[in-house]
Design a protein around this ligand. Structure first.
Ligand code: GDP
Ligand code: MG
Length: 160
């Protein structure tokens, strides 16, 4: 099954998006010992596509984005075919966001950049800054209000 990882600094809403996309239909299917215990996986069904979604939240628990964490993350993402790079642009971009962006560039996997917490169209003004990260057009989503999820998944499917 194709794997898609959700990546981003703490608190941008990775787990909220993961839970929203997985829904209540599917239970978490894997919680491997070792490296991937920091990654929660669940089977997601979108239209006719079944895929494994990964919430990488557990990888980012350290205060610093250190070499050891990077290596763990690289192992965990080894078989991901695409990455959803999630940001919270309402707070402005942080150093952590830029570090993740730089790391993702070197990782060289297809990246779909998504702005979370865009709860209403009024918030779309926050998107402009995200173009500067160099991953193309950001998809506005709201994990909490289930906005933009179809657009996000269509963009992800382009890479599977
Ligand atoms: P994670 O650390 O990246 O996994 O982020 P969480 O999923 O735990 O979410 C962090 C906080 O952001 C929580 O308080 C969520 O309720 C909140 N949050 C997540 N998605 C949204 C959203 O779409 N809109 C708003 N307003 N808040 C959100
Ligand atoms: Mg989380």
């Amino acid at each position: 099954m194709h794997k898609v990882a959700i990546v981003g600094r703490p608190n941008v809403g990775k787990s909220s998006l993961f839970n929203r996309l997985i829904g209540r239909r599917e239970a978490v299917v894997a919680d491997f010992p070792g490296v991937t215990r920091d990654v929660k996986e669940g089977v997601m069904l979108y239209e006719n596509h079944r895929m494994v979604l990964m919430d990488t939240g557990g990888l980012w628990s350290g205060d610093e984005w250190e070499q050891a964490i990077r290596e763990k993350a690289e192992m965990a993402l080894h078989d991901a075919l695409a990455v959803i790079f999630l940001l919270d642009p309402r707070e402005g971009l942080s150093t952590a966001d830029y570090e993740v962006a730089e790391w993702l560039r070197r990782l060289d996997k297809p990246v779909v950049i998504a702005a979370n917490k865009i709860d209403s169209p009024l918030h779309e003004a926050y998107l402009a800054e995200l173009w500067g990260l160099g991953f193309g057009e950001p998809v506005p989503v709201s994990a909490e209000h289930a906005r933009g999820l179809d657009t996000l998944m269509e963009r992800v499917l382009e890479h599977l």
